[in-house]
Design a protein around this ligand. Sequence first.
Ligand SMILES: [Zn+2]
Length: 474
Amino acid sequence: MPLSTKTEVMSTLLLAAGLTVAAHAAETPALTKSDLAAATTLRSTTESSGEAYAVLESLTTEVGARLAGSAGDRAAVAWAERELKRLGLANVRTQEVMVPQWVRGEIEARVTAPFPQALAAAALGGSVGTAETGIEAEVVQFTSLEDLKKATREQVAGRIVFVNKRLERAKDGRGYGVAVPVRLEGASVASNLGAQAIVIRSMSTSQWRLPHTGTVSYAVGVPRIPAVAVSNPDADQLERMFARNRPVRLQLRVTARELPMTKSANVIGEIVGGEKPQEVVVLGAHLDSWDLGTGAIDDGAGVAIVSAAVAQIQKSGLKPKRTIRVVLFANEEFGLSGGSAYGKQTPEELANHVVAMEADFGGARVYSLGSQVAPEHLPAVREIARALAPLGVEFDDRNKSGGGADISPLRRQGVPVFALNQDGTLYFDYHHTANDTLDKVDPKALAQSTAAYAVTAWLAAQAEGGFGRLAPPQ
Ligand SMILES: [Zn+2]
């Protein structure tokens, strides 16, 4: 048949198929009118509530920084148990988790040539220290990890490597995924080439003179070298020195060190489901933070959002069919200890996890709902997205969302995930720095995010038929 006719027939077929799906969804919606009416009320009461901000104010003021394994971390676990009880959640409990313990110590970073001066630097999390007296060596600059990987031993051996890779600003934070391998892998790549240490441009979008920390991931069997980040303005300064084509030399003294593994805990609380208590909707966030700030946006905001969201459902007097569970994960930053521990459940328990979602992208507004559910259940997610539309939340129907780090062990074992995507335009200005403090969080935006989580959790607990299972990852 002629192409135009063929196209017409195909579009008619597609239209018919679309109508069939629509008609089917119209016949059998996953949510009842009364569930949706309750969602409308929940949305407005949560959006006008200051509860999430109060939770965040309490955590950042009364606990502050809470690096895994530190005294702050222990205080955070005790705080979370008290707070979830205060918020009215049931079955508040801890799940013991072993976590690494790392001490930052002190750092001195100085240019010794060609223009002697101090730099603002921070050791990367997990970095080994230098010798007590420090090290001094010529610096060799690379613009990316790929660039460094192509270097020869002759270029690098005995020197300090500087990787000058800039993180690009984006609403969805995609620049981080592009740049962060420098921080994770750079030290081992440089060490394999005989480097004495690595200095990286901070994984940061800000021009403040504040270095960003974050984990370094040492490869097994490769000698560990000190790994530090300099702030963006200091990286610019080094870049200008290199542009003068004169040898640049640095002196580094880092007293960071590792201590034995120690105990921490996931803190869990819930609203027990009325009809299907064994079926669980999980809302996660991580309780630990880096040590430089007070962990307000990373991830105090997430802790506040999920705790207050579930508390609002409870306060509204709603009786969900399924259990809605808050999990405040231990040690996300230093290797996902809490997420991995929570993911170690029996196949039966995992099968009862209907869906999981995680808040770990600051306190800014949610702008879209994405998911990864069994495709035949996508219409149910669309119904939830419609209930979020008055909050300015769009539906991302690609069904390819990852959901977040702490719930990735669940996702890999077939548990569907939702992603309430928050505006990350400013997120990498603050995260992992001394500037990650309460004043960076807008209470109105935090309340909007909390409302989005509350509505999504409530409707997920009510949705007829759940969201299926995910196929094992390829
Ligand atoms: Zn985080």
